[in-house]
Design a protein around this ligand. Structure first.
Ligand SMILES: Cc1ncc(COP(=O)(O)O)c(C=O)c1O
Length: 440
């Protein structure tokens, strides 16, 4: 079965793929309206942290919506906003952390950019307006977030509309011969080229998300980045939208290294997919400095600090803690990595298997020696995605990792509640899908 026919009065991003209609979900499984079962092997783009059908989250949403669904954050605060922030402050590694809530990753990245600018202004650094980022990164679809994203295909039609922000090459241990520290030094060159007095912040994913597929730099990368940011007064924004909230076996991706950011953003798993929610967080001292120097934080959002959204986030966080899901991500992640190696490690087109916690990627190549990617026109990642989908496994995929255009990744990021038997089933289907498409 191939899915070819477009829908009626709806349009989607992938336009020639007629989706099955989702009916319900429970645990790590999704069911369509024809009764077909799918393992939710990626929670879409790594969203479904506590699994589907969690009554605790549903009840928290219903209770809050019944009490009051909406009251504008310009005029009111609410119990879930305050309580969620209290509890998040215990796990977010920023001193006296303060949170600003919005509804998506792109929105919190936009907010982080404006926050960095305003922290700099509050320090009297009015010239600092540039945000340096990395190629083959993704920070969001809105034009500000796209300006700092490094996905060529998504930027291309809008090049005349995005802001001209400096980008540096990412570290890429699978393909790059530079050490992590050498890769980090590209940031110093970019700061010097732009003039430090013009640079507000550097934004990056601590562990690369969909663009480079669960790619961790070597251990010398982040400490050197921190050093460079401190040297030039540049703020470091950690984009934890995809890898935050326990996904990689620690609460935050950056915690795999002894380094702290100045500003953090997360979204996807924050409310487990039950509500669109994200936050930007900063040190209390920086937020206070804005208050004292500028009066207000210049940013808005009709749906900011949403009471129902934060109630969903709070219920999700409490499940994560009660069920030790970060620890489960760490232990199950080791097992998942081993099983991927066992089942696909010898495949001639599997160039690299990489990941941490419950976020893993396969990078597919024509030749393991030369690491030559398949041409983008082969649509390999998509075809493997389809093979898996037809067999009842939902994975995630992307193209462009090797050189910005070519290079295929298929990725796994199952709910953090997954167990070994379910991992076995998921990996068996993925291996079958890869072999169905590529042979061997
Ligand atoms: C690292 C990262 N930042 C930002 C975003 C944008 O988030 P959203 O799609 O919720 O707007 C994404 C989405 O994939 C992401 O992976």
């Amino acid at each position: 079965m191939r899915y070819k026919h477009p829908h009626g009065h709806v349009f989607y991003r992938k336009m020639s793929f007629a989706r099955p209609k989702i009916s319900h979900g429970t645990g790590i499984y999704l069911y369509d309206d024809q009764g077909k079962r799918y393992i939710d092997g990626s929670g879409g783009p790594l969203v479904v942290n506590v699994g589907h059908g969690r009554t605790e989250v549903v009840e928290a949403i219903a209770k809050q919506a019944q009490a009051v669904a909406y009251a504008h954050a310009m005029m009111f605060t609410s119990e879930p906003v305050e309580q969620f922030s209290e509890e998040l402050a215990q796990i977010v590694p920023l001193p006296d952390a303060r949170f600003f809530y919005l509804s998506s990753g792109s929105e919190v990245v936009e907010a982080a950019i404006k926050l960095a600018r305003q922290i700099q202004m509050a320090r009297g650094e009015n010239g600092r307006h540039l945000i340096i980022s990395r190629w083959r990164s993704y920070h969001g679809m809105s034009l500000g977030a796209l300006s700092v994203s490094g996905k060529l295909g998504m930027r291309q039609p809008f090049l005349s509309m995005v802001h001209d922000m400096p980008h540096i090459a990412p570290p890429y241990p699978y393909r790059d011969i530079d050490t992590g520290a050498e890769a980090a030094n590209r940031l110093e060159s970019a700061i010097l080229a732009a003039g430090a007095m013009n640079v507000a912040a550097f934004i990056a994913e601590p562990i690369s998300g969909a663009s480079l597929g669960a790619m961790s730099p070597t251990d010398d990368y982040w400490p050197r980045i921190r050093e460079i940011c401190d040297k030039y007064g540049v703020l470091f924004i950690a984009d934890e939208v995809l890898v935050g909230m326990g996904r990689t076996g620690k609460w935050w991706g950056l915690q795999h290294w002894p380094v702290e950011a100045d500003i953090m953003v997360t979204s996807k798993g924050l409310a487990g997919g039950y509500y669109p929610l994200g936050f930007v967080a900063a040190r209390g001292a920086d937020v206070e400095q804005i208050r004292q120097a500028l009066g207000d934080f210049n940013h808005g959002g009709t749906f900011s600090h949403h009471a129902v959204g934060t109630a969903a986030g709070l219920a999700t966080l409490r499940i994560m803690q009660a069920e030790n899901l970060v620890e489960n991500a760490a232990t199950m992640g080791i097992y998942l990595g081993q099983e991927l190696q066992k089942n696909l490690g010898d495949h001639p087109n599997v160039g690299d298997i990489r990941g941490r916690g419950l976020f893993w990627a396969l990078e597919l190549v024509q030749d393991r020696e030369t690491k030559e990617p398949f041409p983008v026109s082969r649509h390999l990642a998509w075809d493997i995605w389809l093979q898996a989908f037809e067999r009842g496994l939902v994975i995630y995929y992307s193209q462009g990792c090797a050189d910005g255009t070519n290079g295929d990744l298929v990725m796994l990021g199952p709910p953090l509640i997954i167990n070994k038997a379910q991992i076995d089933e998921m990996v068996a289907i993925l291996a079958e899908a890869v072999r169905a498409e590529l042979g061997n």
